[in-house]
Design a protein around this ligand. Structure first.
Ligand code: FES
Length: 222
């Protein structure tokens, strides 16, 4: 293929130099990214082994979206937007793992079953035409890949296996299912997500900041 003159140089500059600063500060860009990146791709949310028993659930947040993943009595997983159908309060407020037999909104105590169905609406009274079965939690696609839980907010997502591209092949026969959550830690960065991602994912940055005490940080265990 014949490339326009100077194309290679321009491409190299685009890949290696700083992009337009506006992509880090524009609210419009951020809203586009929420919809077109985070809500349109599989997102890792947690560890399936921590959801072993009926009613175990995890909550996770990304890009302003809140999701709730619940272990069902038949052993499967269901996921929902973590938003009450009454006044949109979060059903489970803190991110993390917990267990309950019923999912009760802390605001006005609407109660949902583990399958997301609305069961009771205390003190709501008789509202003409209102039916609990029309106001269950809004479902989200969920997959358990080898013990790791992913969700997708879109209507008809690509398969998770397809989205993982070459990761399954790279992992191979390693016993991923036996991995347990050992610890977790969270860091709040007062920065646009792309800045954080770019800084953390670039090998040249790791090489610059990896301490001498970790000389073999980038080598596979023998
Ligand atoms: S917002 Fe959940 S019960 Fe009112």
């Amino acid at each position: 293929m014949n490339m326009p003159e100077g194309y290679g140089t321009r491409l190299a500059r685009t890949l290696t130099m700083s992009p337009d600063p506006a992509i880090y500060t524009s609210g419009e860009t951020w809203q586009d990214e929420r919809r077109q990146v985070f809500a349109a791709s599989w997102q890792y949310v947690g560890d399936a082994r921590s959801l072993a028993r009926t009613g175990d659930h995890l909550t996770a947040s990304f890009a302003g979206y809140r999701v709730l993943v619940v272990r069902q009595s038949d052993g499967g997983l269901k996921a929902f937007h973590n938003i009450c159908r009454h006044r949109a309060a979060p059903i489970v407020e803190a991110d993390g793992y917990a267990r309950s037999a019923v999912l009760t909104c802390p605001y006005h105590r609407w109660a949902y079953g583990l399958d997301g169905g609305l069961r009771t609406t205390p003190e709501f009274g008789d509202v003409a035409g209102f039916r609990c079965e029309d106001h269950g939690l809004l479902p989200v696609h969920v997959e358990d890949w080898r013990g790791h839980v992913f969700v997708h907010l879109g209507d008809s997502p690509e398969s998770l296996e397809g989205a993982l591209t070459d990761l399954p092949g790279l992992v191979g026969e390693r016993p991923l299912e036996r991995c347990e959550l050992f610890d977790s830690w969270y860091v709040d960065f007062d920065a646009n997500w792309k800045f954080t991602w770019r800084t953390m994912s670039r090998v040249i940055t790791c090489l610059r900041f990896t301490p001498p005490s970790m000389p073999n940080w980038n080598q596979a265990p023998s």
